[in-house]
Structure formats: structure tokens, C-alpha cells
Design a protein. Structure first.
Length: 205
């Protein structure tokens, strides 16, 4: 886990947020799935691996008042916090590796992860991720996971990835999570290449 933290600290201290391949000016797929979940404005949301993403900005603009952003890289979180300025004081910034995080049980109404899970290629780490997700959410919670699709890239940021679809994500989460929606997205990177993503929205039963 130290190696993972070092890798992402290097990324976020040597590259601008707009230059990384996963950058989005507009996090439209995330916002569409979050809106479809029909959350109250006071629902507790965690953006796992949110880093320097502007999703937190958009959520605050839409009136969500309980937003947390978790990332293994403190440098990434600082980029987002500095961008938000005083608005960032209302965000819960969590510097942690998700696989070893200990959230308050059942705290979050929505778990959002765009492009963290697919970096966990070891089955033991995938199981640890699922265990943390289950601890963090309770019955009725929404889980949104976006990973590289089966025909997506095999590597990202120099690291191997584990590609997924609705079936593999359902198997990982288990019977307590019902797949509500599955979409594909062709993400165009700042460099102009295309990466195919699978987006899945689950409801915890």
C-alpha cells in the first residue's frame, strides 16, 4: 500500500490535473447516475479516489451538503481543496488507501468510485475493497462503480488494471447489492485517445 501511495503522490506532484488521462472537464456520467439515485440534498456521499476531480465542485453547486472525498494521495486532495477555497471547508477530506480505510459503519448513502477499483488486480485487495464498501454503506444505499470495460485499456498510469462489467462487479459485491443500471462510456482523454468504461449503479438491499 505504501507503493501505491508513493505512485499517486508522484503523479499528482509532477502532472497538472488537466493533463492526466482520466481528467474530465464535465463529470456528466457521474452526475447522471447520482441524479438517478434520487438522493436527498442532506444524503452522505463519498467519492472514492476523487482526488482532484471536479465532481465535488458540481455536487456542492447542486446543494449537496454532506460530501466526503477519499484519496490515497494527499497531494491530489490538496489540489481540489485549494481550487474550492472556503467552499472546501464543508468537505470531509480523507487521505487513505481505500482497502485499509475504516469508515463509520453504514455512514454513507452513496458510494461513488470512478477508476479506483480497476487498479486493484489482486483478489485479496478486491475483497478488502468490497468489505470496506459494505462497512461504509447500509440498506438502501446506492453504489456507483466505473471501471475500464472488458474492451478497455489493460494499463493506466503505467499500472495494470482489472477490467470489469456488470457481471463481475455483481459477483464481487455479492447478493446484498442489486444491479439497477449499466452503461458504457467512451472517455476521450486529454491526449485524444479513447478509453471504454463500464458504469454500474447498484442498490443495497
Amino acid at each position: 500500500m505504501t507503493g501505491r501511495r508513493d505512485h499517486w503522490e508522484t503523479v499528482w506532484t509532477t502532472k497538472s490535473p488537466e493533463a492526466v488521462s482520466w481528467h474530465q472537464d464535465d463529470p456528466a456520467p457521474s452526475l447522471a447516475m447520482i441524479e438517478a439515485a434520487g438522493l436527498r440534498k442532506d444524503a452522505a456521499i463519498v467519492d472514492v479516489g476523487g482526488g482532484a476531480s471536479v465532481l465535488v465542485d458540481r455536487l456542492l453547486e447542486r446543494g449537496h451538503v454532506h460530501v466526503a472525498v477519499l484519496d490515497v494521495s494527499g497531494a491530489a486532495l490538496r489540489v481540489a481543496a485549494e481550487r474550492l477555497g472556503p467552499l472546501g471547508d464543508d468537505v470531509h477530506w480523507i487521505e487513505s488507501d481505500v482497502t485499509s480505510w475504516s469508515p463509520v459503519p453504514g455512514l454513507f448513502d452513496l458510494w461513488h468510485d470512478r477508476a479506483v477499483l480497476h487498479f486493484l488486480t489482486d483478489p485479496a485487495e478486491q475483497a478488502a475493497y468490497a468489505a470496506v464498501l459494505k462497512r461504509a454503506t447500509g440498506p438502501g444505499a446506492t453504489v456507483i462503480l466505473a471501471t475500464f470495460a472488458p474492451d478497455g485499456p489493460e494499463k493506466c498510469s503505467g499500472l495494470p488494471v482489472r477490467r470489469h462489467d456488470g457481471a463481475t462487479l455483481s459477483a464481487l459485491l455479492g447478493p446484498d447489492f442489486r444491479l439497477i443500471e449499466e452503461r458504457r462510456q467512451a472517455h476521450v482523454t486529454p491526449g485524444g485517445s479513447t478509453q471504454n468504461f463500464a458504469w454500474c449503479r447498484f442498490a443495497r438491499v
